[in-house]
Ligand binder design. Structure first.
Ligand code: E4P
Length: 218
């Protein structure tokens, strides 16, 4: 299971990468817009910080323009994965780019039927959005499980990237349901560390150690 950060913020990526557990990064147009810098510049900077897949999303909506834009994004760095929306033109662009050997991440996936189309088009990654499905009363984790079953029965090599994760429970349940990758905001990555008994236990160990040292010095 790979862990990716879902952010375009360099400070967050630096902090996550320093822990040695970040395998890649996903971005989207909203995350890039929040940073107020051109996408090419920001994707290049992210690729300098993390040696793993970095998804960069097109904003074109016709297949021909997506292909042109996708080729440009792929030229930024060998680790760039071109992110395409799961609409008919996105699927066509995915087929064309995949045939050219450009790796794609088909995003905004909300059903197993859509995931089937992404795999048929040769997507390297498909991104089902867990949190946004939960928000409308569907089961995001159930979708990950369905896609994992479908890909395994049909023999599709497309990697399942659980996206729109909102909590450590989402990350763990995605892994159990068969996702190959989980992408999450920095605050969710940070929350994976948290358990009250860890700090309490550490405080006790350190107190006992200090008492033992003090006793030995007497
Ligand atoms: C996926 O790659 C998307 O960038 C992301 O996970 C969307 O998450 P959100 O629903 O929290 O915006």
């Amino acid at each position: 299971m790979k862990l990716f950060l879902d952010t375009a913020n360099l400070d967050e990526i630096r902090r996550g990468a320093a822990w040695g557990i970040v395998d890649g990064v996903t971005t989207n147009p909203s995350l890039i817009a929040r940073e107020g810098v051109p996408i090419e510049e920001r994707i290049a900077a992210i690729c300098d910080l993390v040696d793993g897949d970095v998804s960069a999303e097109v904003v074109a909506t016709s297949a021909d323009e997506m292909v042109r834009e996708g080729r440009g994004l792929a030229r930024i760095h060998r680790n760039v994965v071109v992110k395409l929306p799961l609409i008919p033109d996105g699927i066509r662009a995915c087929s064309l780019l995949s045939k050219d050997g450009i790796r794609t991440n088909v995003t905004l996936c909300f059903s197993a039927a859509q995931a089937l189309l992404a795999a048929k088009a040769g997507a390297y990654i498909v991104s089902p959005f867990v949190g946004r499905l939960d928000d409308i009363g569907s089961s995001g984790i159930g979708l990950i499980r369905d896609i994992a079953g479908l890909y395994s029965s049909a023999g599709f090599p497309t990697r399942i990237l659980a996206a729109s994760l909102r909590s450590p429970m989402h990350v763990v349940e995605s892994a159990k349901a068969g996702a190959h990758i989980a992408t999450m905001p920095f605050k969710v990555l940070e929350a994976l560390f948290e358990h009250p008994l860890t700090q309490k236990g550490l405080d006790q160990f350190l107190r006992d150690h200090a008492s033992a040292l003090a006793a030995a010095a007497r």
